[in-house]
Design a binder for this molecule. Structure first.
Ligand SMILES: Nc1ncnc2c1ncn2[C@@H]1O[C@H](COP(=O)(O)OP(=O)(O)OP(=O)(O)O)[C@@H](O)[C@H]1O
Ligand SMILES: [Mg+2]
Length: 429
């Protein structure tokens, strides 16, 4: 079987996927989406499919918009794509995902999408302007529909960027004003969270939902092979060190751990995928395979229970911050070097000695980490916490990161599962 591996940027994950597929006896053809888009006027997608004689594609584009759009076009050119277009379409939007959950009877927190922003763009110079009256009205609506504390976030955001806790109507106004003051200093839009103004990751308006107290967030990997129901594969926990860190993404420094997930959580993760599949079906689109990360937030209102997890996390954090971060820095450097040495030739990447060395160092540092008493205690505290918490389905990720944390802390071999899902498709072609 011939599988295309499409992406806009080669990261560690793509190198691992490419190399693992070789050892699983499946040859992947690298498809450079950056290059394709520049030539799109020639209907280059169909040409690529024919040239490479492809029947399937794994789409790993980092840009959600590019991933969604290119998957749509590849499907139209006759390819089976992981993940399928409607899975991308639903999951790339946090509001739509929750709508899918709710429509298929999964309990979620209250959420609201207001088609307005407290900041808008001036036509004259493109700069953002703050509207106090609009901000007041938005805060009032959040108070009425959601209550406080609430969280606002961009509906198409990722990596925990721009997740803001709002504690009351005044707090919303004060925060808006504070961001505005920082912004007018140098006109850098990064000073105003994307949750508050119109941008690519947040095109419609303010998205707000109930605040969920939690010391860790769960990334649950679920796959669906053609002709079968969704299956639970494994779970990565991302643990915060203190309550003030609202977003528990590993990109923001949370601590990765492997979790033996309780049955109830597994069932909910599988139901989330069923909800996405059924939602797609309600538009007449059949999803019969996928591989996604379902994010579930374990809620517990008792601070004492949460504190036990934070305390355990703080004990392992010196090792994580020093040794794991050190290897991650080396890894990023090695990947940048690979790119300048070998361009986009993935074959050369996987054979590069420097890359192999740093890859082995990463595996080794995580092996030490998993053997530490502090790590085992954190896993124990987190698993005990799950027994007293309530699962809140949050979102679905179609491009799961795996090379660093999922592979080495949760010990899940995502490339194996990708190839497995792909082979179930090939049996039906
Ligand atoms: N309603 C909420 N209450 C409390 N914390 C939240 C809430 N929603 C999200 N968070 C925290 O913020 C983190 C990031 O939020 P979310 O997962 O919705 O977006 P994202 O991580 O930016 O998107 P992606 O997972 O696609 O990269 C979550 O992992 C969770 O720790
Ligand atoms: Mg998330």
């Amino acid at each position: 079987m011939r599988i295309g591996l499409a992406t806009d940027e080669i990261t560690y994950d793509e190198i691992l996927l490419y190399s693992a597929s070789e050892s699983l006896d499946v040859k992947m053809d690298f498809i450079d989406l950056k290059n394709l888009f520049m030539k799109s006027s020639e209907n280059i997608y169909e040409k690529i499919v024919k040239e490479h004689d492809l029947v399937m594609m794994v789409n790993r584009a980092i840009s959600k918009n590019l991933r969604e759009r290119s998957t749509e076009v590849f499907e139209r050119a006759g390819l089976k794509v992981l993940n399928p277009y409607m899975v991308e379409y639903i999951s790339n939007d946090k509001f739509r995902t929750k709508e899918a959950f709710r429509k298929f009877n999964l309990e979620t927190v209250r959420y609201i999408l207001l088609p307005d922003f407290p900041f808008s763009r001036r036509r004259e110079d493109g700069r953002l302007r703050f509207h106090r009256e609009k901000a007041k009205a938005i805060a009032k609506t959040i108070a009425r529909e959601i209550g406080f504390p609430a969280v606002i976030k961009p509906i198409g955001g990722s990596r925990g960027k721009s997740i803001c806790l709002i504690e009351g109507e005044n707090d919303f106004l004060e925060k808006c004003f504070r961001y505005y003051k920082l912004y007018v200093n140098d006109w850098s839009e990064r000073k105003i969270p994307e949750a508050l103004h119109q941008c690519v990751s947040n095109p419609i308006g303010v998205f707000a939902e109930e605040f969920i107290p939690h010391p860790l967030d769960l990334r649950v990997i679920v796959s669906m092979r053609r002709g079968e129901s969704p299956q639970y594969i494994g779970c990565l926990g991302r643990v915060g060190r203190k309550e003030e860190e609202i977003a528990k993404n590993t990109a923001l420094g949370s601590i990765p751990i492997g979790i033996d997930l309780p049955e109830e959580y597994r069932r909910i993760a599988v139901d989330c995928v069923k909800a996405i599949v059924n939602y797609a079906k309600s538009f007449g689109y059949l999803v019969d395979y996928c591989l996604v990360g379902v994010d579930i937030i374990p809620r517990c209102d008792s601070f004492l229970e949460r504190r036990r997890v934070y305390e355990a996390a703080r004990k392992i954090s010196p090792f994580k911050d020093k040794y794991i971060e050190q290897v991650k820095t080396q890894l990023n450097k090695a990947i940048r070097k690979l790119a300048s040495k070998h361009g986009r030739n993935l074959d050369a990447y996987t054979k590069d000695k420097d890359f192999k060395d740093v890859d082995n160092s990463l595996i080794e540092v995580f092996r030490k980490y998993r053997e530490m008493e502090e790590y085992k205690n954190l896993v124990k505290a987190s698993e005990e916490y799950l027994n007293v918490s309530k699962p809140e389905p949050n979102e679905v990720n179609t491009r799961v990161d795996y090379g660093i944390n999922t592979r080495n802390a949760a010990c899940i071999d995502i490339p194996y599962h990708i190839v497995h899902v792909m082979s179930s498709i090939s049996e039906h072609i």
